[in-house]
Design a binder for this molecule. Structure first.
Ligand code: NI
Length: 253
């Protein structure tokens, strides 16, 4: 089965047809979905999604764009949610120096704080990192050594990908790999072992070709699997089988 390791079905872009869409996942070959947390508002919606759909699991965390209003009370609430059976990871957390919504110090503080909670709970982390390659690597070395992690929507160099793989982390590959101008990411997929790759959508964002620019959904993951298979010189079935195994290890599914 195909596992979508990173989706946002709590997003309002799915408000008009969420149930219908999610009910079509099985026929579309999508077996399991992990819905990543982003804002405080997303947490309750994610919990509800995991209760309503047997094939949806959740991650709870705050995206670096939204850490500005966080308090320790929020961290306590997060810890309670992480104890729920279908909440399987902390995320997405990290650093985003592209949007730069919050100061780098504030972003680092809450990134590290959420890593500490994941370590305490012995849970994997979903890492969001944009234009913050060096700081992310430093923090992962210092605070996340030995932990399970996925570097979601990977956008950095081949060398850095290899270093993350050496640290035991997974590389999240989504629709971007199908884009004509994504030479760097294609090189990353060629360079890292298939045993370190997981598939993801980040939907509603980042739809693969031929749907680039449209609303994304897990139903388009076969296009991503197909491109990974082409780059690795293996069958699509092998990509689906191996990434399922990787995703299950990552999240203990
Ligand atoms: Ni995301």
């Amino acid at each position: 089965m195909i596992i979508d390791t990173h989706a946002h079905y709590d997003d309002e872009q799915f408000d008009t047809d969420r149930d219908e869409l999610l009910k079509s996942m099985h026929d579309g070959g999508i077996g399991l979905i992990v819905n990543a947390g982003s804002t405080l508002e997303s947490w309750g919606k994610i919990r509800k999604l995991t209760e309503d759909y047997p094939f949806i699991y959740g991650a709870i965390g705050i995206h670096p764009d939204d850490v500005g209003t966080l308090t320790e009370d929020h961290m306590s609430e997060m810890e309670r949610l992480l104890d729920l059976e279908k909440i399987v990871a902390v995320g997405e957390i990290g650093l985003d120096y592209y949007w730069d919504n919050e100061s780098h110090d504030i972003q680092k503080k809450w990134f590290i704080r959420q890593l500490e909670i994941a370590r305490k709970k012995e849970m994997p982390v979903i890492i969001h990192s944009r234009e913050a390659a060096a700081d992310t690597m430093d923090i992962m070395h210092e605070y996340a050594a030995g932990m399970r992690a996925v570097i979601h929507c990977y956008s950095y160099s081949v060398e850095m990908a290899k270093e993350y793989v050496k640290m035991g982390y997974y590389i999240g590959i989504g629709g971007v790999v199908t884009f004509k101008n994504a030479k760097k990411l294609k090189n990353v997929v060629e360079a890292v072992p298939l045993t370190s790759i997981v598939l993801e959508t980040d939907c509603p964002y980042l739809a693969p070709e031929p749907y680039r620019g449209k609303r994304n959904s897990s139903l388009y993951l076969p296009y991503v699997a197909g491109k990974v298979a082409e780059l690795k010189g293996v069958s699509v079935e092998e990509v689906i089988r191996q990434t399922e195994e990787n995703s299950r290890k990552l999240y203990s599914l």
